[in-house]
Design a protein around this ligand. Sequence first.
Ligand SMILES: Nc1nc2c(ncn2[C@@H]2O[C@H](COP(=O)(O)OP(=O)(O)OP(=O)(O)O)[C@@H](O)[C@H]2O)c(=O)[nH]1
Ligand SMILES: [Mg+2]
Length: 310
Amino acid sequence: MTSLGAASYNGPAVLGNLRDKLARTRDAFRGKLDDLFKSGRPRDEILEELAEVLIMADVGPATTDKILDALRQKSKKTDSADALSALLKDELVALLAKRPTRLAVDSVPAVVMVVGVNGGGKTTSVAKLASRLKSEGKKVMLVAADTFRAAAQEQLVLWGKKLHLPVVRGGYGADPSSVVFDALQSFKAQGLDVLIVDTAGRVHTNANLMAELEKIKRIIAREIPGAPQEILLVLDSMIGQNALFQAREFLKVSGITGIFLTKLDGTAKGGSALANVEELDLPIKLAGVGESEEDWLEFDPKSFVDSLFS
Ligand SMILES: Nc1nc2c(ncn2[C@@H]2O[C@H](COP(=O)(O)OP(=O)(O)OP(=O)(O)O)[C@@H](O)[C@H]2O)c(=O)[nH]1
Ligand SMILES: [Mg+2]
């Protein structure tokens, strides 16, 4: 068993970094919240307006309702705006931390599948994860299981070159599960630690795609007992609430373990993180904050919420 050494990513440097990256989402939150909590208005009015702020920040109506119900309950004896603000923070952290956010690749060999709609950031996220695992000393292999889109495999091959990691690919139009099968043989033969599977975001129909992902998953489970340890659903935070509709389609694939929330750097819709966690009942495990292999963060609910408020 090797450990991820996650603590190194939760230090002040990262919190500062996250704060910078979340600037646009924070603008959508903080300014309005500050005004609201300093307005001196009665608690009920503040709560009512808070609902609007949360919805504007893409937290979504259902999740906003839940947050407000909890706040109403917990703030019954509270008149102070500071206390209300602290309660709100606690509530957001609790919501995001409801399920464990830690990636389960401590024991090797492990397989991680990365799934999600086209353009969401899957291949880039595969590279980020690979770079991180490699930096921990793990022997990583990548497999390009998107044989549908012509350039998809080349893109992963380029990342493999950049990161000095082996990439298994098939021909254009090859059966993705047979490409994964071949990768698994080579992975096992070489005694490597983590195999990361990049998948297609689009094939002829969604039903075909979900069946294809199920089949890939079955083959992985047959070849390596207990695998895949993680099936990460990549969600693009730029599209905010709309990601939920797409995500529900992918939930038809059984056993999704968590979310890789991408593009948090460019969006004002980071509030959708809360809706994603609450409505899909999945933890966010990693966040993408840029286009390079280093632009990712271990998702820490408290750091995330702190970054929105300060
Ligand atoms: N700013 C920013 N851009 C990102 C992030 N993650 C991915 N991207 C960009 O988003 C675009 C799409 O990323 P890909 O990794 O190719 O997405 P994909 O899901 O593999 O796409 P398909 O293979 O077409 O399904 C690229 O231009 C990436 O550089 C992120 O966290 N922040
Ligand atoms: Mg891709």
